[in-house]
Design a protein around this ligand. Structure first.
Ligand code: F6R
Ligand code: MG
Ligand code: MG
Length: 363
């Protein structure tokens, strides 16, 4: 039996502002998921949140991009939006870009990561969820997990990983995809994935075609044609055996890489790994942060979660993130804290340009 693990997420209203989520929204989502489980549509589910984003973690046998599963998620987000409206939460329904469901939530606002699994004798999976950042935030961590022997010892010393992996990279602006074999083609691949605003790692496979990782790569601003919030992406990674060990999957986050997002989706900031209890981005609406929920799958049942970053060994990464965040904050409205002009999600440039028209003289 092929099992599908679907993680579908949306920001459907923040509490307070864009910092966190009201418990009533989570309860509403759990009620919907509970009914779907009772009806047999889902094998199991877990509802959680990071910052102002709710994640529906679901197991079923219907495969990727299944209309029933996507409709269930859409209806759940709609029901949560009603609660958000009642409580006048901030940006109620912000990620639901259309009124009518059209068979698949992709392109409608929510973020989606799905993975097909032949459940092994023991199946550990790690689900990463980030707030106040964009889809490309997973590029560097995925590279380190699956390509970097300084991160993943197994690439060198474990026979079942020594052959490397295959990466699926999406050009989210040109709407194209390309596959790279690693380690053979890492230099070619890095030309692209080093530019995470345009090229996002969508998935990683073993050389035999087994899915190892799957991420959400939807860029909300490109879908909507205007700023409606950051992507706040999710990532599923399988672990142990032919895949990196749990500690090798988590290791990239011991370094708080600088990602785009933070205040008004228009700044660079460090990606801070935090426990579930610490996932309320508040300082300057951030800094961007990531949580990780670990599960063991048992015939599709989600056994867990374990709060993987609730570990003092990630304290130095959090401290570093605060130091780096402080250095960047001191740049105020200057780059490289503020994003380059063409990547900012908010801009007053057209209005200011119009106002100053005629005052610009040839050099
Ligand atoms: C970033 C984010 C926040 C908002 C900011 C302004 O992803 O969600 O930083 O951009 O709080 O929000 P609005 O424009 O809704 O007042
Ligand atoms: Mg929000
Ligand atoms: Mg968010």
């Amino acid at each position: 039996m092929k099992l599908t693990l679907s993680v579908i997420k949306a920001d459907i209203g923040g509490y307070v502002g864009h910092s966190s989520m009201h418990p009533e929204l989570l309860e509403t989502a759990r009620e919907h998921m509970g009914r779907a489980k009772a009806s047999g549509l889902l094998i199991d589910y877990h509802v959680t949140r990071v910052g102002d984003d709710v994640q529906l973690i679901m197991t079923h046998t219907l495969g990727e991009e299944d209309e029933k599963i996507h409709k269930l998620s859409w209806d759940t987000f709609l029901a949560c939006t009603e609660v958000a409206k009642k409580l006048k939460l901030y940006g109620a329904g912000q990620d639901l870009l259309t009124d009518t469901f059209s068979g698949n939530v992709k392109g409608m606002g929510p973020g989606v990561a799905e993975i097909l699994i032949d459940e092994r004798k023991s199946e550990p999976v790690l689900i990463f969820m980030a707030d106040k950042t964009a889809a490309g935030a997973w590029n560097m961590p995925l590279y380190k997990m699956f390509c970097d022997p300084f991160n993943t010892a197994g690439l060198v010393i474990a026979e079942n990983m020594h052959d490397g992996f295959k990466f699926e990279v999406h050009d989210v602006i040109g709407h194209k995809k390309v596959f790279f074999n690693t380690p053979e083609e890492i230099y070619d691949m890095l030309v692209f994935i080093g530019a995470p605003a345009r090229y996002c790692v969508k998935g990683v496979y073993t050389k035999d075609g087994d899915m190892a990782a799957s991420s959400s790569t939807q860029r909300l601003s490109l879908m909507a044609g205007r700023y409606v919030g950051k992507d706040d992406p999710v990532l599923i990674v399988r672990s142990q055996g032919t895949f990196p060990a749990v500690g090798e999957v988590l290791e990239p986050f011991a370094f708080p890489a600088i990602v785009e997002g933070w205040m008004r989706g228009s700044h660079h900031g460090p990606l801070m790994p935090v426990s579930f209890a610490q996932c309320n981005p508040s300082r300057f609406d951030g800094p961007p942060r990531v949580i990780c929920a670990g599960f063991q799958l048992a015939d599709g049942k989600l056994v867990g979660p374990v709060d993987m970053f609730d570990d003092p060994s990630f304290d130095p990464a959090r401290q570093q993130a605060n130091v780096v965040g402080e250095v960047l904050r001191r740049h105020g409205p200057f780059e490289p804290h503020r994003l380059p002009l063409d990547e900012m999600e908010y801009t007053t440039m057209p209005q200011v340009m119009r106002k100053l028209e005629g005052r610009f003289q040839d050099l």
